[in-house]
Design a protein around this ligand. Sequence first.
Ligand code: OOG
Ligand code: NI
Length: 449
Amino acid sequence: MAPTLLPTWQLRAAFARRLSAMYGTEVPAYTTLVEVAGQVNDAAIRAGGERAQRLGSIARVTAERHGAIRVGTPGELCRAARIFAALGMEPVGFYDLRDASASAVPVVSTAFRPVLSEELDRNPFRVFTSMLTPGDRRFFDADLEKRLGTFLERRELFPSELLELAAHAEREAGLDEERAERFLTLAVAAFELSPEPVDRAWYAELEKVSAVAADIGGVTSTHINHLTPRVLDIDDLYRRMEERGITMIDRIQGPPRWDGPDVLLRQTSFRALAEPRTFREEDGSLATGSLRVRFGEVEARGIALSRAGRALYDRLVDGPVEEWTVHFPRTERQLAVDGLGFFTYEAVRDRPRDGRRPPDDLAGLLDGGWLTARPIVYEDFLPRSAAGIFQSNLTDPGARDSAQRGTHYDQHWMSEAIGRTVHDPFDLYAVQQGDSLARAGRALGLTEE
Ligand code: OOG
Ligand code: NI
């Protein structure tokens, strides 16, 4: 009898669960956060019922996490991509965090996540993955780039057995139980905090450039930086955490709280906690010290915006909330009709026959009861919030020479480096919406079969 195959999505769900269990033992405050997130979600369901689940069932939201990891080289990014591919997670979006003015960090990033809505429904686990940019002369001079290169070339983040199992899983769209067990064990271990001593002088030298550079290039392994649960009411979470005496960063990032539709992503975090680490001093002796690199974050997700919706959001986000209420659509219907948000549309099969023909405009179809619209959840990240989240790590902005440039990194560069297409998130949402409209159009007899 052929051994039972754990399909890709079950590997992904199991990986997310095990990573969560591991991280909870490493960072106890994370367990508190998950507990409070659970209370917030229960309260939101009690208060809002079905309506509270409009942007995700309570089962999905409860299991939902995003992680963040940081790697040093294109080769490491490529190998990380292989592990995520085994879990059905593809690179989506290119985030350049080097230009976010005061909060600039020397990394470029993408997010690995499922891309099909069925897969997102099964388990939406995603990992925000950042790669250090030693070739960027604003942060690193040629000498430091070279020494970083030597240091990073010598380390191995992912053992070859793990990479082989990942390739096998990708090829077969799953793994038998024995291989799955081995794969999951090795994959989770690859993201544990290593007990390996940290070279004090090297770490300190990188820290002068950026705490993030030191966290990536100052140690011989990678680790999960944070694991973020999703809540249905982030303002409520913020209050409850402060009540428990946990100091959060001073605000919730992203769109303001208001009485219109929830859009994009709202996030907040608490500052990195001091964790004990062993250091190797210049004279070779070992000493115990601590590093603040890992923190807790939580998020609430809203409706995905079209390019036009996003441009409007970007224009309004820094302004007063009154501007927001004047210019941003107050209802889901308006968001849909103005083409600012993404929805899946469905033809209403049991619409009472009243002798009319369906109109050919979206507003008419919605208002006439021919179509229903269900919001598409934003599955991605926001570069400005991400840069802000990185700040949970920083006490000192680091040194920069803004006159210099160096290597150019963009989405195309990243696709080449990984050897896989980095998807454009807008295209993914547009295809999902377009497919649903085409289906609905056929069902209503508006378009040919
Ligand atoms: C990643 C920061 C970005 C988010 O949620 O925007 C991020 C990091 O700190 O490595 O996780
Ligand atoms: Ni995050």
